[in-house]
Design a protein around this ligand. Structure first.
Ligand code: WTA
Length: 654
């Protein structure tokens, strides 16, 4: 059982009492219009859980309607087991061949400023041709395809083309380094990689193909690399392996039927950080994920036909999968995509685009909101933002100050804010206010979504009284839950279904107040949340000890005003290695090279030894305290060598 950490930075919001009821105008046309309506539907969804999901599954278009709902063999779930469907058909064909043929599906702005759009009919044509190119290179149902791209329509098309064939996509965030990409392609045994020459970010070329080339030197499974020409940047093309996607498309057949998939056939693998050095490849399957993302998008973002919806996440994260691609497209929405940085060429880039493209729903991370606050309200006030009607946040707890700023400066006190709690593992949003029904408060994700039964418990599963912190668990399986860890079902069971008996263990601490609302307090395990990105301390430690100068490393988080958490590494060096400032820089660069810039430590502290228990376990609690406050007050009775802590403190005071 992981150590339960205290979320000190969060105590202030425990006394939050500002409450914002849904604006009357908003509620009047919302899908769920009152608290009473939410309460009734929620109660039904719990009391007759299977009946509820059976009914909701009808929102999808099935090739074979399912008769079964849930088959639960703790911890293996099967949802809608005997149904057949295809999610690309649901996200594209049924709109393109119906009333939404001419409706804008994707609207994209590149960082240099070019704009492209695709209607549902155009998306339908593109997806089929890309699927045919994949077929040409031997991709069949069940094969794994890696996607390493920036945010562009082709990334969305690549994902949908895989889904169309029943190939399992493995999208790797474009900010990950070569080794991280190679590890993920090897673990999933990907046959094909889809990438692009480069992508633009903050005026720079992100050299995706060059990084992929390096990754491919450590990877034997990939036979074919399809390269989308995005920037025209010069790249190396390996004869017989690498092919330009645009060239391949010229001769691609126009039609490609959507493969009928079993409900439980895998849709994708997405790697995320856990408490060991090895990232976990979470496997999501077809029908349950489709039902979960479709429904949450419809109700939580209160999606209507004319909305222009923008979720700023990269397609490489779960938020990109569920709320850039599947959720909105399954609903037939218009999705806005932006390639680059929020402050390029200027800090008002996002707000310019909101006005230019008439964005009505905007979903981002608290860390981005804190950056906007730092850049100042003047940049925002140059734009009307008059089309916005709903705002959302995801990825980390939002501090009340950022919430209020978002409400005032972006939402003009008119737009509800949905604070959405969920995880890579949950697939779809689990706790969030329905904006036409539930009053919002800065700092709480409020109430569970339909069919979701969260609880706050002790380590042994005992319920914790209202107002007290504990472990957040989910008591019932839900359709969009991850089914396993690719190649490691035992780890899946251990990590999620063994910590607290009979429940799904989230790894988060939370408390529930007397109104039943959930206040998230951050991770209770060795997972960091840096700018809304999830990173395992062990992953960073493994990268550090791979450096020849390092013998041992311990990584902890430290509260950070902008990023939520910063990364602090305590490092012991080999004999005769000089602890110089130059070496600190070198180690930071080394981590960025091994994992990606997102994992670069903010601070490295050299120490002759790390504090350990008698059984040899590193005492992270002490290190966390030291990193956060500069001193250690906690109980150190189990410490092997007290002088180590004294030494670390001295270092801190230097
Ligand atoms: C954190 C991102 C507080 C939490 C969708 C969770 C949040 C982890 C919120 C999952 C929120 C996500 N309030 N904390 N609204 N949303 N988290 O897998 O610690 O990248 O366990 O999924 O982010 O991160 P992941």
């Amino acid at each position: 059982m992981p150590e339960v950490q205290q979320a000190q930075s969060f105590t202030s919001s425990l006394r939050e009492d500002r409450s914002f009821p849904p604006p009357a105008e908003f509620a009047a046309r919302a899908h769920i219009r009152s608290r009473a309506e939410y309460d009734a539907m929620y109660r039904r969804s719990i009391e007759d859980n299977e009946g509820f999901w059976r009914e909701q599954a009808r929102e999808l278009d099935w090739f074979t309607e399912p008769t079964q709902v849930l088959e639960w063999n703790d911890p293996v779930a099967k949802w809608f087991g005997d149904g057949r469907l295809n999610l690309c058909h649901n996200a594209v064909d049924r709109h393109a061949l119906g009333s939404r043929a001419g409706k804008m599906a994707l609207l994209w702005e590149g960082e240099p400023g070019e704009v492209r759009s695709l209607t549902y009919l155009e998306l339908y044509a593109e997806v089929q041709r890309v699927a045919n190119v994949l077929k040409r290179y031997g991709v069949r149902k069940g094969d794994r395809v890696a996607i390493y791209m920036g945010v562009c329509p082709e990334a969305v098309i690549a994902v949908l083309a895989c889904a169309r064939l029943g190939a399992v996509h493995n999208v790797v965030f474009g900010g990950f380094a070569a080794q991280a990409l190679a590890d993920r392609m090897n673990d999933a045994q990907c046959k094909v990689l889809i990438t692009q020459d480069s992508s633009f970010r903050r005026g720079q070329d992100v050299l995706l193909k060059a990084i992929a080339d390096e990754a491919l030197t450590r990877c034997t499974c990939v036979e074919t690399v399809l390269v989308h020409r995005r920037s025209g940047h010069d790249v190396h093309m390996q004869e017989g392996r690498d092919r330009w996607l645009q060239d391949e498309l010229k001769s691609a057949e126009a039609q490609c039927a959507a493969e009928p998939m079993e409900s439980e056939d895998p849709l994708f693998i997405l790697y995320t950080s856990g408490t060991t050095g090895k990232p976990k490849g979470l496997v999501h399957t077809t029908a349950g994920y489709g039902v979960g993302t479709l429904l949450t998008t419809k109700y939580i973002f209160d999606l209507h036909e004319e909305d222009v919806y923008w979720c700023t996440a990269d397609v490489g994260w779960i938020t990109g999968h569920s709320y850039v691609i599947y959720g909105p497209l399954l609903n037939g929405a218009t999705v806005f995509l932006y390639e680059g940085a929020p402050n390029w060429p200027d800090v008002d880039r996002f707000w310019q685009m909101v006005d230019r493209h008439k964005v009505s729903i905007f979903y981002t991370a608290p860390t981005a909101i804190r950056a906007f606050m730092k850049w100042g309200a003047d940049a925002v006030r140059k734009h009307t933002l008059s089309t916005l009607r709903l705002l959302g946040t995801v990825g980390e707890p939002i501090n009340p100050e950022a919430w209020m700023w978002y409400h005032r400066e972006i939402g003009h006190e008119r737009c509800p804010i949905v604070d959405t709690w969920w995880q890579t593992e949950t697939g779809s949003i689990m706790i969030a206010p329905l904006p036409g029904a539930v009053s919002t408060k800065p700092g709480t994700a409020t109430l569970p979504f339909f069919g979701v039964e969260p609880a706050i418990v002790t380590k042994s599963g005992e319920p914790v009284p209202a107002g007290h912190g504990g472990l957040l668990v989910i008591r019932k399986p839900w359709p969009a839950m991850a089914r396993t860890i690719f190649g490691d079902p035992e780890r899946y069971k251990q990590a999620y279904w063994s910590e607290v008996p009979g429940c799904y263990f989230t790894g988060d601490g939370a408390r529930q107040d007397e109104h039943g609302e959930f206040w998230l307090m951050g991770r209770v395990d060795d997972v960091l949340n840096v700018s809304g990105h999830r990173l395992g301390t062990m992953e960073i430690e493994s990268a550090l000890v791979a450096h020849r100068a390092v013998t041992e490393a311990a990584v902890v988080g430290r509260p950070d005003e902008m990023k939520g958490e910063g990364i602090i590494a305590f490092v012991s060096l080999g004999d005769h290695v000089e602890p110089t400032p130059g070496l600190k820089d070198e180690l930071k660069k080394h981590v960025a090279k091994e994992i990606g810039a997102l994992a670069r430590p903010d601070d490295i502290r050299f120490t002759p030894a790390l504090p350990k228990t008698r059984s040899g376990k590193i005492m992270r609690r002490l290190l966390r305290e030291l990193a956060a406050t500069g001193e250690v007050k906690g109980d150190t009775t189990t410490l092997e060598d007290f002088s180590v802590v004294a030494g670390l403190k001295e270092k801190d005071e230097e």
